[in-house]
Design a protein around this ligand. Structure first.
Ligand code: 6PG
Length: 243
C-alpha cells in the first residue's frame, strides 16, 4: 500500500521547531477564520508543544488572529483533574489559553477527573454538539511517543479499536494511567494534521513511523493519514537524524 508519509520539515533546534509550530497555528487559524469564521483546533498534549503554546501568548502571535473565534479541543487527556500537573488542559491553559483570555465557552476540555468511560462518552457529545455528526478540524496537532504512540493510541492495540466511538478511554501500560483519546477517524478528518517531534530519543521511531513497514498496531502514529487534508511533520535535526 503506497502511503502518503507527509512532508518532513527539519529545523536546527527545538526552539526553532516551536516557532515554526506557532507560525503554522496562526497561519491555519487566520485562514480558517477568514474562510469559515472560526478556527477549530485539536491540541496536542505532552511536553513538545509547550514552547509553541507559550509563544502564542506573546506578540506577534497574541494579536495575529482573533482568539475569541477559536474553538479549542484536545486530542487526548490524561485521566487526572484539570489542575493536576499532568493535565494536558492545564499545560495549555497555563501556556496560552489563560494568558490570551480565550472564552471558556470555546475551550472544550476532556473531563480527566471523571470515570474514563463516562468522560469519553461525554466528550463525544460535546464534539458532536459543537461540530456536528462528522467533526472536522482546521488543524489537528499531534506528538509522537518514543514507542510510536500518538494522542493516546498506544502500541499493542489496533488503533482503529472502537473508532466509530470517535472518543474512547485507553489505558497506558507504560504510564499506568487511563487516558481519553480522539479516535483515528476524528483525528484524520482535518484540513491539516501536524506532528511536532523533537529530540534524539525520537529519531528511530520517527524514521520507523514515516518510512518503515506499515504496522499501525506496532506504530499507532502510522494510522494518521488525513484523506482530505495535509499531513505535516515538524522536527528538529536530532529527531530527524535517522530519517
Ligand atoms: C500526551 C500526548 C502524547 C504526546 C507524546 C509525545 O498526552 O502525552 O498526547 O501523545 O504527544 O507522548 O509527548 P512529548 O511531547 O512529551 O514527548
Amino acid at each position: 500500500m503506497t502511503r502518503e508519509a507527509g512532508m518532513l520539515y527539519i529545523y536546527e533546534t527545538p526552539a526553532e521547531t516551536a516557532k515554526e509550530l506557532a507560525d503554522l497555528i496562526v497561519e491555519y487559524g487566520a485562514s480558517a477564520i477568514e474562510s469559515r469564521g472560526r478556527f477549530v483546533v485539536a491540541l496536542a498534549g505532552g511536553n513538545t508543544p509547550k514552547a509553541a503554546y507559550a509563544l502564542l501568548a506573546q506578540a506577534p502571535y497574541s494579536n495575529a488572529i482573533d482568539w475569541s473565534a477559536v474553538e479549542i479541543f484536545f486530542g487526548d487527556e490524561r485521566c487526572v483533574p484539570p489542575d493536576h500537573e499532568q493535565s494536558n488542559y492545564k499545560m495549555a491553559f497555563d501556556a496560552f489559553i489563560g494568558p490570551l483570555d480565550i472564552p471558556a465557552v470555546h475551550v472544550h476540555r476532556m473531563r480527566g477527573e471523571d470515570d474514563p468511560q463516562r468522560a469519553a462518552f461525554d466528550y463525544r457529545g460535546v464534539l458532536l454538539d459543537v461540530l456536528g455528526e462528522e467533526p472536522f478540524f482546521d488543524l489537528v496537532m499531534l506528538g509522537l511517543g518514543p514507542d510510536g504512540h500518538t494522542a493516546s493510541l498506544f502500541p499493542g492495540q489496533d488503533p482503529l479499536t472502537e473508532d466509530e466511538q470517535k472518543v474512547r478511554a485507553a489505558y497506558s501500560e507504560s504510564q499506568s494511567q487511563w487516558r481519553i483519546t480522539l479516535t483515528p477517524s476524528v483525528l484524520n478528518n482535518a484540513e491539516a494534521v501536524c506532528f511536532a517531534v523533537v529530540g534524539a530519543e525520537k529519531a528511530a521511531t520517527l524514521a520507523a513511523v514515516r518510512e518503515g513497514p506499515y504496522d499501525p498496531t506496532r506504530y499507532p502514529a502510522q494510522i494518521i493519514a488525513p484523506p482530505d487534508g495535509e499531513l505535516i511533520w515538524l522536527s528538529d535535526k536530532a529527531a530527524a537524524a535517522k530519517s
